[in-house]
Ligand binder design. Structure first.
Ligand SMILES: NC(=O)c1ccc[n+]([C@@H]2O[C@H](COP(=O)([O-])OP(=O)(O)OC[C@H]3O[C@@H](n4cnc5c(N)ncnc54)[C@H](OP(=O)(O)O)[C@@H]3O)[C@@H](O)[C@H]2O)c1
Length: 298
């Protein structure tokens, strides 16, 4: 049985419809209303579960009040879920969705292009605060709070650190990353300009990685989940060759950021193989066309 927590039910039949279309949903899916900011909201549904996958967190939305809208739901919300886990004697393992932004936001002089970043690295809280980049800050603080809580309370925690996620979009309303990709495919440069150099991963791999680190008894600690790291100009050149009928920008302004790569050997040692960047975009474009977000044929 899979229990899926939904934040806002009201008037949301459209928002939930894709979940009920999943294979076996009628037999094996249960939807439960919960709010990260409501103490005890997750207690009843988590009680008796062997595995908990905590993914909900505010993602990359513009905010005039980042403390209340981004930082608190991420950190307090994670702690609320963990408090419910602590009350559940059946819990075997908790898998938390963190982000590669918790390892890669560092001062330029801290990068060594010959040494790929791995799970031993943490982004700089000070740099995030100075640059006022609230999303990575929320993910760093949430992951650190989770590690502290789980150590104190003997909870078996594994974290997954995906890079920028691309692939088919199931919900009718696009999440922020899918709408950034749609913008790029329609020729906008603004959002991807700030990517500079970025890791990319297929959504299927992110899902599989969560299952894999839950099921492998020996899995432990943090797992970077990223197929490839590309400069935005490398991405633009690859995509405009692959999809010549789409008005994808051919070049981006260079931001002069240092080169880095990710070392994902820890996840690969569990037998994991990543999908390619072409599969990510093929699957994403197919679903954007099917959902009517993209009209041009590829
Ligand atoms: N997309 C990426 O490229 C990427 C990369 C690395 C890591 N991640 C991580 O992956 C996870 C999912 O992100 P996503 O890209 O799928 O974004 P998303 O579609 O915006 O998902 C965020 C989820 O968090 C839920 N949420 C937000 N505030 C909540 C609250 N107060 N109570 C309960 N639920 C709440 C949202 O529920 P409602 O819609 O009902 O509000 C939504 O389902 C996040 O932890 C994110 O940091 C994403």
């Amino acid at each position: 049985m899979v229990i899926w927590f939904i934040h806002a039910f009201k008037g949301n039949q459209k928002k939930l419809a894709h979940l009920w279309r999943l294979d076996g949903a009628r037999e094996r899916l249960r939807l439960v209303k919960a709010d990260l900011m409501e103490e005890g909201s997750f207690d009843d549904a988590i009680l008796g579960c062997h595995g908990v996958f905590h993914s909900a967190s505010p993602v990359l939305k513009p905010s005039s009040d980042p403390k209340t809208e981004i930082l608190e739901p991420a950190v307090e919300g994670t702690l609320n879920v963990l408090r419910s886990c602590k009350k559940n004697p059946s819990l075997r393992r908790l898998v938390l969705t963190s982000s590669s932004s918790v390892v890669r936001v560092r001062p330029d002089e801290d990068f060594d292009s010959n040494i790929p970043l791995d799970e031993s690295s943490w982004s700089s809280v000070e740099l995030c605060e100075t640059l006022q980049i609230w999303y990575p800050l929320s993910k760093i603080l949430a992951e650190k709070a989770a590690w502290d809580f789980c150590k104190e309370n003997g909870i078996d925690l594994v974290t997954v650190l995906p890079s920028f996620v691309i692939g088919p979009c199931l919900p009718p309303d696009l999440c922020s990353t899918a709408s950034d990709v749609l913008g790029l495919l329609k020729g906008e440069t603004e959002k991807f300009k700030w990517h500079g150099r970025m890791g990319y991963v297929h959504i299927d791999d992110v899902a599989l990685c969560h299952i894999s680190v839950y099921e492998h008894e020996s899995a432990h600690g943090r797992y970077l989940c990223s197929s490839i790291v590309l400069d935005n100009n490398e991405l633009a050149s690859l995509l405009s060759k692959q999809y010549p009928s789409l008005p994808i920008p051919k070049r981006f302004e260079q931001l002069g950021r240092p080169r880095y790569d990710f070392d994902t050997s820890k996840l690969k040692s569990l037998g994991f193989k990543f999908k390619t960047i072409q599969e990510m975009f093929d699957d994403c474009i197919t679903s954007l066309v099917e959902q009517g977000h993209l009209t041009q044929s590829v």
